[in-house]
Write a protein that binds this ligand. Structure first.
Ligand code: CTP
Length: 402
């Protein structure tokens, strides 16, 4: 499972740093390629020489080699790695990561890493439980870092409690689990850049109210996860939803309004091979937003709405011959006819139709029932399936178009 995987290990100044020697040795035995970055204080606990010998690679300590002046690019290390594992990670490094401090090579590499980041904390129990540290962990988790468990146990301080650095075999188990979720398959979309919009958009009326819809974002997130499993590079532009994509390989851009979604899509589309427009974008937004909460009164409140920009249609206009766009249509009547009109109007390659008349399908459900209509006039109906299976069907159809 770890054979040929490129693992960048970041070691920080914790007494548990000695365990990283065994961790590196075990990873190499599993067939992984390992490179190590150490923070300056990590070198107080173990020597770079030890980790360089067990990894078979030079250890990175500074942004440059002080003897030759050779620059060690933090960007290159992040590009090279399949995963950046930071462990043992001290409260200090975790705090700096959470707040964008970039005063050593490990931190600059973290800030510019495009690969998934896994963090294995190690510290004393009270430090671990402290509010600032717990807040910092939350910030990192929100930014899609995979935070490993710090189980209870005997600590170097003599105390017993949480904060223990996982044993090397436990970390290897977590890495294998991670890579099992993202198996590399040779598919036609492997290596393709896919842009996915998902979820609803909220259009603010005043600081507490908005116009929204019932989209959960589940279908778009399922598509993003499936596409990553199939080897694609995914940028997910996600409206406000409680659904959380599995942390790691998906680049998630959180947006709230249709205008924000439009801007993010416009920025990313030029470098995109395939765009999948699964978002339920609000069609109208208030012409003006009140700065203060609108107070209840005796009179009717009239809200004036203006149409939002049609993101799919805008991308359809810009589309080059080597780009594909997939749209969605949710219809309540004359479904096929309406979906075909949208396909043409927005210059899509195919459209995924959901009917509001199907039970257990669409907004909020974990299942969906779709019909695909393509620009060559083909039509394919699918039975009710889980959203993850539906994502697989859509991506299989997509592969036939490439
Ligand atoms: N879409 C979009 N931007 C919008 C509205 C829709 O990108 N402002 C995309 C949706 O993500 C979907 C497709 O266009 O892929 C069709 O969305 P839908 O709401 O069904 O179509 P509309 O053009 O809004 O037409 P209507 O709501 O009137 O049926």
């Amino acid at each position: 499972m770890l054979k040929g995987k490129r693992i960048l290990l970041g070691v920080t100044g914790s007494i548990a740093a000695y365990k990283s020697v065994w961790l590196v040795r075990s990873l190499v035995k599993e067939g992984a390629e390992v490179k190590v970055i150490m923070t300056p204080s990590a070198t107080d606990f173990i020597t770079p020489l030890t980790l360089s010998v067990v990894s078979g690679n030079p250890v990175y300590l500074k942004p440059y080699n002080p003897d030759t002046g050779e620059w060690h690019s933090h960007i290159d290390l992040g590009f090279w790695a399949d995963i950046f594992l930071i462990g043992p990670a001290t409260a200090n490094t975790i705090g700096k990561m959470a707040h964008g401090v970039a005063d050593n090579l490990l931190l600059t590499t973290y800030l510019s890493a495009r690969c998934p980041v896994m963090v294995a904390p190690a510290m004393d129990v009270d430090m671990f439980r402290s509010k600032p540290h717990q807040d910092n962990l939350k910030i990192l988790a929100e930014r899609n870092c995979i935070i490993l468990n710090s189980p209870e146990g005997d600590l170097a301080s003599g105390l017993t409690g949480e904060g223990r650095f996982l044993e090397p075999e436990e970390i290897i188990y977590e890495l294998k689990n991670y890579f099992a979720r993202f198996p590399e398959k040779k598919t036609k979309i492997a290596g393709k850049k896919i842009l996915i919009t998902a979820g609803p958009t909220f259009e603010p009326i005043d600081p507490v109210r908005y116009i929204g819809n019932h989209s959960s974002g589940k279908m778009g997130v399922a598509l993003a996860e499936k596409a990553v499993q199939m080897g694609a590079e995914v940028v997910l532009i996600l409206g406000p939803t409680s659904v959380k994509p599995v942390p790691g390989k998906i680049e998630v851009i959180h947006v709230t309004t249709a205008e924000e979604m439009y801007k993010a899509a416009k920025t990313h589309f030029p470098v995109t091979d395939i765009a999948i427009m699964a978002a339920a974008v609000a069609d109208f937004t208030p012409t003006e937003t009140f700065n203060r909460k609108v107070k209840r009164g005796k009179e009717d409140l009239v809200l004036r709405l203006k149409p939002t920009r049609d993101i799919a249609a805008m991308l359809g206009k810009q589309k080059h011959t080597n780009q594909l766009i997939v749209g969605f249509a949710l219809e309540s009547n004359d479904e096929i006819e309406n979906a075909r009109k949208k396909l043409v109007r927005k210059n899509l390659d195919f459209i995924v139709l959901n009917s509001l008349n199907d039970d257990q399908a669409g907004f909020g459900y974990d299942t969906n029932k779709i019909t695909i209509l393509d620009k060559s006039g083909n039509q394919k109906e699918y039975p009710l399936k889980s959203k993850s299976e539906v994502a697989g069907d859509i991506l299989s159809y997509l592969q036939e178009q490439i």
